[in-house]
Design a protein. Structure first.
Length: 228
């Protein structure tokens, strides 16, 4: 599999992660992952890189934009962009339908807990403790059986977008951890990392890198638009 390169300069490389691949190596050493596979791809011409630095991740079933450093000298600058929330992520998600305003924000505190039934770590909102989580949402399309929503997280908590939507009764279709409608059934989690925006720490130019909505999400959006 060859991955699409969306942006590249002497400091950074941005590639498109497909759904179904973990972002990074897992405990199962035989399982393919995006970072290791991409690193192998760009070690060969025309890139011929001998270094690729990992700085963030996407959930296994989330597709879209990921940024990497091409030299160690760029690590601190990119890490600082993420730490100071000066790199804006934009996601697209297909959710169950609910009457919503054109734009809204969710701000609360999220904490981890182990779900005894799923035997997985998940997040939930809490009244005390936890970490602050803020997401800005915008309604892009209102279909007969669902919605296309843009999500811009202002903080970087695990599963933040998924929790904020699920707890508002707008679970993302295909979510195997948080509540969502099971019909219609999508091929995977309908969540896509659509864009990254930041001021380049070395050139100081405004950078925006986009990955269009993938075909499986486009097809599912058509399905949601049909009354049944």
């Amino acid at each position: 599999m060859s991955f699409k390169i969306l942006f590249e300069d002497e400091y950074f490389l941005v590639a498109e992660k497909p759904a179904g691949l973990p972002s990074q190596p897992t405990v199962d050493k035989k399982r393919p992952d995006f970072f290791t596979s991409l690193k192998k791809q760009v070690s060969e011409p025309p890139h011929s890189l001998n270094y690729l630095g990992l700085h963030h991740r996407l959930d296994r079933d989330t597709s879209g934009v990921m940024i990497f450093t091409k030299q160690k000298a760029a690590n601190d600058s990119l890490a600082d962009l993420f730490k100071s929330h000066r790199i804006q992520k934009t996601y697209l998600c297909l959710t169950s339908r609910r009457k919503m305003p054109p734009q809204w924000q969710v701000e609360n505190f999220l904490a981890e807990y182990r779900d005894p039934k799923l035997k997985k770590i998940r997040m939930r909102s809490v009244n005390s403790g936890g970490q602050k989580a803020i997401t800005d949402f915008r309604l892009l399309e209102d279909y007969a059986r669902g919605m296309l929503i843009e999500a811009k997280p202002r903080t970087g908590r695990m599963h933040q977008i998924r929790v904020h939507l699920a707890e508002a009764h707008m679970g993302i279709f295909g979510d195997d951890i948080y509540p969502c409608l099971k019909i219609p059934q999508p091929p995977r989690l309908m969540l896509h990392a659509h864009a990254l925006e930041f001021e380049h720490p070395f050139t100081h130019k405004a950078i925006r890198i986009e990955s269009p909505m993938p075909e499986d999400m486009q097809a599912f959006a058509v399905d949601l638009s049909i009354k049944k």
